[in-house]
Design a protein around this ligand. Sequence first.
Ligand code: ATP
Length: 469
Amino acid sequence: MLDTGPDISDLSKIDFTSGAVVAVSGGSDSTALLLLLKDYLYRTAPATKLLAVTIDHNLRPASAAEAQAVAKLCAARNISHRTLTWSGRKPSTGLPARARATRYRLLAEAAGSEGIGLILTGHTADDQAETVLMRQARGKGLAGEGGPAGEEGRGLAGMAPATLYDWRCWILRPLLGTRRQALRDFLRRQHVGWADDPTNADETFERPRIRTILAEDKAAWGDAMAVAASAATGRTALGLRAAALIRDLASQPGPGLVRLDPDFARSGDDRAAVYALRILLATVGGVSFLPDRMRGEALFDRLKDGSFCATLSRTVIDARRNGVWLRREIRGLPLPAAASDISSWDGPSWDGRRRITLGDTNSAFLIAPLGMMAARKIVVPEDHGPPGLLRAGLAAEPALWRAGQCLGLPGSKPDLAAIAVRPAVAPFARFLPSFDLAPARAVAELTGAPSIPPLPFSGHSAGRSWAKA
Ligand SMILES: Nc1ncnc2c1ncn2[C@@H]1O[C@H](COP(=O)(O)OP(=O)(O)OP(=O)(O)O)[C@@H](O)[C@H]1O
C-alpha cells in the first residue's frame, strides 16, 4: 500500500466491475491519480481492467514526449497505456473547447473499445475552486446570472463528481476533494516526476490568473468550495422539484409534441416550474443549452395570463385553454442527407433531438423532415390532442425519402425498420452532470429516450438515491 498517499476515500465507493480508463495528461494530478488507483485496485480487486489513456492534442512541440513519459511510467508499473493523437486540422477559433470535446470523445472511444464504462480524471479541489471563481467573475458581468442562491447559481456548483458523457459513459472525478499540493507531495515522496503544461503559468489566460489569486488569498479557496457545495445542493434540490413537475404535469401526446397541463403555471413552485420549462424547451428544440433564465421567467409569466403563441429555443409554445403545447419550429430543420452519412453527423444526432442508428440497410434513403404535406396524410389518434398540433409535431420528425418521395417515418413499415430513431435529451445529451440526474431522467421518461446507465457507485444501482442526496 502507498501509505504516504493522500486519503482518497472516494475510490472505495466506486464500482470498478467494468474496469476503468484513467485520463493521464502527464501532469501531477492525473499521474498521482493513476498511481493511487493502481495501488487501490492491486489491494482490493487486482483483476480489474485498468487502462491509462493519454491524448496527444498535437498542439505543443512537447506533447508527444509527455505522452511517451506517461507510457514509460505505465510500462514500469505494469499498467496498460494508450496514446491517442488528435490528428487533422485544428480550428482557428474556439480551440480549447474543441480540444476538450475531442479529448472526451477519444477517451470514451478508448473506454468503449475495451468494454469499459468508466473514465476517471484528475480534477482536484484546486481545479474546482478555480472553476467556481471563474464562473463567479463571469456571472457578475452577466445580467440576470448573479444574485442569491438558487437556480441562478447553477454554474457555481462547479464540476460534478460524476458526469455522464454522451449518455453512455461515466466520467468520475475522485480527487475533487483533494488539494493539488497533497498530490505533488505524494509524487515527490514516490520519486515520480510530472510534466508542467506551460499554458498553466501563462497569465494571459484566465485560469492561471485565478490560480495566482487563490495562492495569495488564503481564505479564497475555502470560500469558493463552500459556494460550490451550497450551489450543488441547491441545483440538485431544484432539479428534483422540476422533475416532479415534469412527471406530474407534462405528457407527450405524439412524436415531437409535449403538452403541459394548464395547472403547470399555477403549481405554486414558480422557480421549479421555470427551470422545468427551460429544460423542456431546450429538449423539444434540440438545443444543448437552456434558454436564459430571464426569458424563461418572462415566458412563464405569460403562461399565467392566457392564450398566446411564441417561439423560444427553436420551440413553438402554443398556450391554449386545454394546455400548453410545445413542438420544434419548422424553420431551420436539417437539410436532406443520405442515411449512409449519419456516422459523420454530430453524435450521430439529427437536429440535436434524435439519435439515428442505421441497421443493415441499403443506403439509398435520404433522411429529411417529414414535412406538413406528408404529415397531413397520417391518421392521428384524435383523443391524444388537436390533430393539427399532432401533425405539426410529426412534420418536424425525421423521415425516410427516396427520389423525392416520402416513404414514411423510420420503423413505421417493416421495410423501414432498419433505421432506428431514438429521442435525445438535448441539454444533457453530451454532458449530464450528476446534479441534474433527476430532471434528465424525468425528461427521458417523458420523451421515450433511452434510460440513463446506473451510476458506478456501490449502493447506487439506479442512481436515484444519488440524485436525492
Ligand atoms: N492530454 C490529456 N490526456 C489525458 N487526460 C487529460 C489530458 N488533459 C487533461 N486530461 C484529464 O483532465 C484532467 C484535468 O485537465 P487539466 O487540463 O486541468 O489537467 P493538466 O493540468 O493537464 O494535468 P493534471 O490535472 O494531471 O495536473 C486531468 O487531470 C486529466 O485526467
